[in-house]
Design a protein around this ligand. Structure first.
Ligand SMILES: [Zn+2]
Length: 391
């Protein structure tokens, strides 16, 4: 579990088969690693550390999570709509008998490590919802946590932005959770910006007409409504200056094909969270209808998902949206996620990659990469231990 093997020397690790990426399966080849990097692949040698009966893959990359709320009793909450659910979440957050943010973050990271996650991008909404011990120990999954800003009051834009000074990027809650002033400043600054966008019809209605369940929730909590009208969440993003590379649009499942294509043309990456999509029983998204590759994947949080598990998200994606074959979803869960966060060294095991992998017990090696991805989609297939890495 999160095991690291010592670095320095060249090591040759030889399972029965290695899924190098969604297109490439190698059999009877050693993975040659040094100093935490993949050097290459080589034929069998007497120096190999052999792992008979095992199948290895690159570690998945999840591009959206919240480490808070690990103990959220979400199974009992309303799923009738986003605003109804959000009201339950906000009420629960007032309680004192829940895990403090740092302990919730540690529990979330431990769950992700056991489930085989190699890298996770998280929105940090609560101060302290990160695990300093995890970061210091350079434990897996590798964590990029971005401070999440929720400040719909225009006069609070400056104060909100100061809270993320020095951070590697910013997260905005949503088009209704930040003022246009704050959004424009956040998108104008260099670096990645992640935002929940095009998640549900309630958001579209609020932006287009200024009413509906979200407007009622904001009013009930004494927060201002968005000061403008936009026919589409993507129009709001354009107005805010967010149609640029480095922006991550999280969920996107309520967006129409032409809206998704507009994001794609601008270099905005969509991140879909299948577990949360299923939690809310939302209609099928238009990713395939838009003619675009399968989106990167996230797991959101335990407040709207039953588990934090990249393989489960990969499998749910295939079940909810079978328009893409398992190899396309495997690519999305690995290299697609890595590309979305600008990390060419993650999500595959080609030369130069971070030596970070999952081990599976496989009585019989799959015939090719496509068959391996179909096999990985089987519910019973679990990684041995969790994500591993060569230091
Ligand atoms: Zn989220």
């Amino acid at each position: 579990m999160g095991r690291r093997v010592s670095g320095g020397a060249v090591r040759r690790l030889r399972p029965d088969a290695i899924l190098v990426d969604s297109q490439t399966l190698l059999s009877d080849r050693a993975l040659v690693v040094r100093d935490g990097r993949v050097l290459g692949h080589d034929g069998p040698s007497a120096e190999d550390e052999v792992h008979p009966g095992e199948f290895w893959s690159a570690a998945p990359v999840l591009v959206h999570a919240h480490l808070e709320s690990h103990d959220a009793p979400a199974a009992t909450w309303s799923r009738a709509g986003f605003a109804a659910w959000a009201a339950e979440l906000l009420a629960w957050r007032e309680r004192r008998d829940r895990l403090p943010p740092d302990q919730a973050a540690a529990a979330s990271l431990a769950e992700l490590r056991r489930a085989g996650c190699g890298f996770v991008l998280a929105h940090r909404a609560e101060a302290g919802a990160t695990s300093e011990a995890h970061r210091r120990a350079r434990e897996l999954p590798e964590l990029l946590d971005l401070p999440e800003l929720f400040a719909p009051e225009p006069e609070r834009a400056g104060e909100a932005l100061r809270t993320c000074a020095g951070a590697p990027g910013r997260a905005l809650h949503s088009p209704f959770g930040v003022s246009l002033e704050l959004a424009r400043a956040a998108f104008a600054a260099p670096g990645p910006v992640s935002i929940h966008l095009g998640e549900h019809a309630e958001e579209r209605r609020l932006l287009a007409a200024g009413d509906g369940p979200l407007a009622e929730l904001l009013r009930a909590r004494g927060r201002p409504l968005p000061a403008g009208r936009w026919p589409s969440p993507v129009d709001w993003l354009a107005d805010a200056g967010g149609l640029r590379p480095g922006v991550l649009a999280v969920h996107g499942a309520d967006l129409r094909p032409e809206e998704l294509r507009r994001l794609d043309r601008a270099g905005v990456r969509v991140v879909w969270c299948p577990g949360t999509h299923r939690f809310f029983r939302r209609p099928a998204p238009a990713f395939a209808a838009a003619g675009l590759p399968a989106p990167a994947l996230g797991c959101d949080s335990r407040a709207s998902n039953d588990a934090l598990d990249p393989l489960r998200e990969f499998r749910l994606a295939g079940r909810l949206l079978p328009d893409f074959p398992p190899a396309a979803w495997w690519r999305a869960a690995t290299e697609g996620g890595a590309e979305a966060v600008g990390r060419a060294d993650l999500g595959h095991l080609r030369p130069g990659a971070a030596a970070r992998w999952l081990r599976f017990r496989a009585p019989r090696s799959p015939a090719d990469a496509a068959a391996a991805c179909v096999w990985l989609a089987g519910e019973e297939v679990r990684p041995i231990g969790g994500v591993e890495a060569a230091a």
